[in-house]
Design a protein around this ligand. Structure first.
Ligand code: ATP
Length: 250
């Protein structure tokens, strides 16, 4: 398998211009560098899967893309505009939505109140609920239920619904499948694929790849802070992944 990087100003296969772009991004915690020059692009309507073993730097990459972690070198571009160093709040206003691992919902609040908190985005409560319940009818049936008592899949739907209230142009998803049954994961990824069809640029982090690769247009494998491979997620990638994962164990 070949090692490839996307050149800084390349367009994507099919000619689409990248909406989200990380150029040679480095990032560190204290003085320990954990990303060593990551190049990654996501176009509108595209699902890109960012895969890799524990500790590879996947979450850090998402946090850089969301403005939640400032890179020590390289650049973050949104719609071709240099947004390196921009505050997460400003990137959120520009349409970047991060759904963190662990879902980022408030377990003691009802489904409705979790959604109501998103009115800061400028949409009113009724609009937000309508969008949420149209896409995920089960949330409508459970509007008064405490979010923490929903099933794991329903909690993830609520997290997605809260994200959709911001009308995102770029959706960043961290370990959507965590702790969920394969059928539930497949259903969630169908929703994600539908969002991409509507033009959202989606970057998905997953450690275990199978579900996301069914809907991904492009995959990148991160190992120890470096993109070791990226390309179309064809069947050979499944076979090669384990070697990247095993090779990283040290
Ligand atoms: P996982 O799948 O285990 O969540 P990951 O690929 O998402 O891993 P990151 O969480 O980005 O990887 O972590 C990359 C490296 O940075 C790891 O070595 C991790 O220990 C380190 N790291 C992550 N967060 C912090 C932090 N807040 N402080 C110090 N080091 C951190």
């Amino acid at each position: 398998m070949t090692e490839t990087t996307v050149s800084a100003d390349a367009t994507l296969p099919g000619g689409a211009a990248p909406l989200l772009e990380l150029r040679r991004v480095k990032a560190a915690y204290d003085r320990i560098t954990v990303l060593h020059g990551v190049d990654l692009t996501v176009a509108a309507g595209q699902v890109v899967a960012l895969l890799g073993p524990n500790g590879a730097g996947k979450t850090t990459t998402l946090n850089v893309a969301a403005g939640a972690h400032r890179p020590t070198a390289g650049a973050l571009l949104l719609g071709g505009r240099d947004t390196t160093g921009a505050h997460a709040r400003d990137l959120a206003r520009s349409g970047v939505c991060l759904i963190p691992e662990g879902r980022g919902i408030f377990p003691n609040l009802s489904v409705r109140d979790n959604l109501r908190m998103m009115t800061f985005t400028g949409r009113d409560r009724a609009q937000i609920e309508e969008i949420a319940y149209t896409r995920f009818p089960v949330l409508g049936h459970r509007a008064r239920q405490a979010a923490g008592t929903l099933s794991g899949g329903q909690q993830q739907m609520l997290a997605l619904a809260r994200g959709l209230a911001t009308d995102p142009a770029v959706l960043l998803l961290d370990e959507l499948s965590m702790g969920l049954a394969p059928l539930v994961v497949a259903e969630l990824y169908e929703h994600v694929a539908e969002l991409a069809r509507q033009g959202v640029a989606v970057l998905v982090v997953e450690q275990f790849a199978a579900a996301v690769l069914k809907i991904a247009d492009h995959a990148a494998v991160l190992v120890r802070g470096r993109v070791q491979w990226q390309g179309h997620p064809d069947s050979s990638l499944h076979a090669e992944l384990s070697s990247y994962y095993l090779g990283s164990a040290a």
